[in-house]
Every structure is written in structure tokens, then in C-alpha cells.
Write a protein that binds this ligand. Sequence first.
Ligand code: NAP
Length: 306
Amino acid sequence: MLYDIVIIGAGPAGLTAGIYATRAMLKTLLLEKIAPGGLVITTEKVENYPGFSEGISGYELMEQTVKQATRFGLEIIQDEMLSIKELNSTFRVKTASREYEALSVIITTGTSHRKLGVPGEDIFLGRGISYCATCDGPLFKDKEVVVLGGGDVATEEALFLTKFARKIYLVHRRDKLRATGILQKQLRNNPKIEVIWNSTVSKIEGKNRIENVVIRNLVDNKETNYKVDGVFVLVGFEPNTVLFREFVELDKEGYIITDSNMRTSRDGVFAAGDVRSGTLRQVITACGDGARAAVSAQHYIEKLKA
Ligand code: NAP
């Protein structure tokens, strides 16, 4: 079957593109390798998305968005894209089980958690190492944990962890947080959180689970042991673009380059949301990108069919 649009990735950008495309009566398929919702479903509370005066959980926001998109006829299939190619003005998206064909493609594959790359990080994954406090926080009731990072996510997640953990060490490599002002204020007012400045985690040790974390001061290189039970690595994200390297132009960090209409370097291929180069990475901007990508794809398809 030939689709008008195949969207790859079901986060806020992909789902919004789906809403706009189906409302334009375009036959649209959304492929998602895990489950619809994107990374925002792990956010306890989204407070800066307009329309929810008291905030809304990331999970609930996306659950509603999926319902909204499918109501207009968006087909969502759980299947992992393995390759993509262009053939005679159509695009072939291959998965392990089958091939999908479309006139246009919208890439909304988002980003994944960046790893720290220190000894012990892989060994203790799921045994003390986590990349998501909202998911794993309850496992650390009355324990001591390290949160690594100084951005919005690390700060928000450290605050969330205060519901469970006895003590949280927020370890940041500089002497100033990157997080937004309101989060920094909440952090300063929380007695359970101690910030360790100009430092990083250099080693994670233990037997079956994490028992010790070595924290290195980056100014004097002094190393100190912390007997903690968990480490939350929240040091940013990397774009999910490995499969698109030869397909569209990427920036030097691997994000997809687009113009303001979400057009990539290849005709008929659009990108939206966090995977896009140079964008503000918020739910609201991902949704805006998704809407614009769908309208641009619509114009492209209308020209193609004319
Ligand atoms: P981020 O803003 O890129 O921050 C990453 C943090 O990790 C930075 O503090 C960075 O240090 C540190 N870091 C990076 N690599 C490191 C390494 N190898 N070792 C130690 N530390 C390292 O990422 P984020 O906090 O994950 O947020 C991602 C995006 O989502 C941002 O655009 C953010 O604004 C957005 N977001 C917004 C909200 C909100 O508005 N409420 C909530 C969640 C996420 P430096 O500061 O020194 O670079």
C-alpha cells in the first residue's frame, strides 16, 4: 500500500504531524519502535505547556495526544525502521517484518539519553544506574543517590527524587547550573539536595549493586568516595539519526538540518522536534515543528500529484 506520509517516531512532534496530516485527509502511517509518547512520558509534571494551569503529567499529555491523533485516522504501528531509501519518487521504509512505501517522510525520532562512559556505568545498569528518576525513583526510598548533570532534566529529577531518597548529591562539572531559574530556586530551598560543584563521577563500584561512587573534583583532581545506592546519569541527549546519516544532511553533532519549513536536504523528507538541528527542545516546539512539517509535506504531495 502506498501512503501519502510515513512519520518515523511517535513523540510530541510525530503525533502532532499525524494530527495535522490526517486532518488534511492524507493517508498517514506513524511507525514507532517502542510505544507512542516519546521521552516526555517519563516527565512527572509538564508545567510549561500552555492550557494546563496546574501542569499535567507527561504520560497523561501524550496519552491524550495519541487518542486525539487516532481519532482523526492516524495509523500507528509498532515496528522498528531498519533502513530507508528513495526509489522513483517514493520512499521505502524497511523494518524487520515488512516494507512501507510513501510519497513523503517526516522524521521525528527525537533523542536518547547521553551516556557518561565511565567504568561501572554499563555493568550497573538497572542495578543502581538509571537514566530516568521518574521511572526508577521509587526504588530508592530512604537511600542516598547521586544525580549527575546541571541542566533542566538533572535539576527536575533531583527535585523529584526528594520524594523518595534520603539524600541527593547533585554533581555538576561547572560552578553554575544550566537549569532554568525557577528550578534552581527550588533546588536551593530543598534541604535534601547537596550540590557538588566542579566535579564529575569518575568510577562506579560495587558487587551486585552500586556501593560506592568516586567523585573527582575537576579543579584539584582530588577524588572522594561516596557510599551511595544509585547514580542517575542526566547529562543531556544525543540525536537518534544513525539510520539517516547517508540519507539527509546532519550537523556536526548529528542533528538533522532543516529550513524553517522543516524541509531537509532531500526533497519530500521533513524533520521535526528534538531531532532537528538548532531547535529549542521543548514539547511545545516539537508540536509546532510537527504541525509545520505536516503542512509542508501536504504542499509537497499536492505538487507531486498535480
Ligand atoms: P542539557 O540542557 O543539555 O544539560 C546537560 C547537562 O549535563 C549540562 O549541565 C552539562 O554540563 C552536563 N553534561 C553534559 N555532558 C556531560 C558530561 N560528559 N559529564 C558531565 N556533565 C555533562 O540537557 P537536559 O537537562 O537533559 O535537557 C535537554 C533539553 O530538554 C534542554 O533543552 C532542556 O531545556 C529541555 N527540558 C526542559 C524542561 C523544562 O523546561 N522544564 C524540562 C526538561 C527538559 P554543562 O552545563 O557544563 O554543559
